[in-house]
Design a protein. Structure first.
Lengths: 248, 198
């Protein structure tokens, strides 16, 4: 989706998939108190790909952890598809995490004893979807990402780039519309990393929302918006225009 | 940027007329460095004066064709074989601006760095978007590859600038944490000894 389309979503009243509202996270107390995030407001809309950059210790990972409901803010709210994560019990929170949010990590985090298709179907089966229906969904997802032939391979039988594609398929299975990615290309060579980013970009163009933490400007540049964090504050953001106006 | 050698390279593939040269030059470089037809004819005039191209007749529409000469081919080969000189660093406005910003009192250097980073990041996003489009439109032809390489050069150059800006920022933070240099020393012109700390 182009930025103008994402902006259109915002103006047309489409709700954000992810909404951080005045989020502050303080670790420790007293003299050891560290403000990892200070009053951060951020919305990510369907079709939007947002990259988070900033120096080490700026709060990038904390932001991703809070967005994924793996940690709670000291102040402020985190909403995923309109549901405030703070008000949920443990069981319900686990359900939202499983149904709405997909994660992509630097080291892929596939379960070694399961095939690509089984890795993808696991969260769906935990959600009560039948094995057969889940497998059908997984095959469709692999097909869409152009890696249908990997369905029955184990992680150790795949290259890093192939494993990361499977991880993206897993992140977007079922009704999940939000992908949270932590340095997803960190372990890949430049060309493979780029194809993974192009894939993430394409999934966003097809309607998903993604937030990716990275320290590489060249990787962040695949996003519609790049936000900069410094000392726990969102200090700036850069928005891509529609291409074409740049070189003519 | 060598328009002269660019035109010789195109003419090496067969005789062409001015407008055609302009179109083909831009097809390979994606109009990154737009040429006007006037520049093309001026350059052709100089190439002809130097014996590197020669007129090659007209077609029924009155287009004046040029062809590369043997001397022109030799010049082109020598261009490909010789590295682009890097002896004189190109004047970089941003480097000059930051060098001035850290020495002029009252300038918010961090703001200069951040403002530039935002601007360069946006350019990098735009180039990357164009690259995404170029990859989708790639028909496997050599001109598509040429355009992709030019775009990637812009991407790597912009990325290098952003990395340098990140480095400037951590350098500034590091400096801010150090004890201040005594007042007299800050007034003195920078000596090689002090510069080595940078």
């Amino acid at each position: 989706m182009t930025t103008s389309q994402a902006a259109f979503n915002a103006s047309a009243g489409t709700s954000p998939v992810l909404h951080l509202e005045g989020v502050t996270r303080v670790h420790g107390r007293g003299a050891a108190e560290v403000h990892a995030l200070r009053d951060v407001d951020l919305k990510v809309y369907p079709g939007e790909f947002v990259a988070v950059m900033g120096p080490s210790g700026a709060g990038k990972s904390t932001l991703l952890t809070l967005a994924g409901g793996l940690d709670s803010p000291t102040a402020g709210r985190v909403l995923v598809e309109g549901t405030a994560l703070g008000g949920l019990g443990r069981k319900k929170l686990a359900e939202v995490r499983r149904r709405s949010i997909g994660y992509v990590f630097q080291d892929y985090n596939l379960i070694p004893a399961l095939t690509a298709a089984e890795n993808i179907t696991l969260p769906r089966e935990l959600d009560g979807v039948s094995t057969r229906a889940a497998r059908r969904e997984a095959l469709a997802a692999l097909e869409e990402l152009g890696i249908a032939q990997l369905a029955d391979r184990f992680p150790e039988e795949m290259s890093g780039g192939q494993q990361q594609r499977v991880a993206i398929a897993r992140a977007l299975i079922g009704e999940r519309r939000l992908v949270l990615a932590d340095e997803p290309t960190g372990a890949l060579d430049s060309a493979t990393g780029e194809s993974v980013l192009a894939l993430l970009r394409a999934r966003c163009d097809a309607g998903a929302a993604a937030m990716m933490v990275t320290h590489e400007a060249r990787h962040a540049a695949w996003a519609d918006r790049v936000v900069f964090l410094r000392d726990g504050r969102l200090v700036d953001e850069s928005v891509s225009q529609d291409a074409g106006s740049l070189l003519v | 940027m060598s328009i002269r050698h660019g035109l010789l390279a195109l003419l090496d593939q067969g005789p062409r007329y001015g407008y055609q040269l302009r179109t083909e030059f831009e097809a390979r470089t994606g109009a990154t460095w737009p040429l006007n037809v006037g520049q093309v004819y001026t350059t052709l005039g100089r190439l002809e004066r130097d014996g590197l191209v020669a007129p090659h007749g007209e077609d029924e529409d009155g287009h004046l064709f040029y062809a590369v000469t043997e001397a022109g081919r030799a010049e082109l080969r020598s261009w490909f074989e010789t590295p682009v000189p890097r002896t004189n660093p190109p004047r970089d406005e941003l480097a000059i601006k930051l060098a001035m910003a850290v020495t002029v009192p009252g300038v918010d250097v961090a703001a200069v760095v951040q403002g530039q980073r935002k601007h360069s990041m946006k350019a990098l996003q735009d180039y990357t978007r164009l690259k995404g489009q170029a990859l989708l439109a790639d028909s496997g032809q050599r001109t598509d590859l040429a355009w992709l390489l030019v775009l990637e050069q812009l991407i790597f150059q912009t990325e290098a600038e952003i990395r340098w800006l990140d480095h400037c920022e951590s350098r500034l933070t590091q400096r801010a944490a150090e004890p201040p240099v005594p007042q007299g020393a800050t007034e003195a012109p920078a000596k090689p000894k002090r510069r080595s700390r940078l």
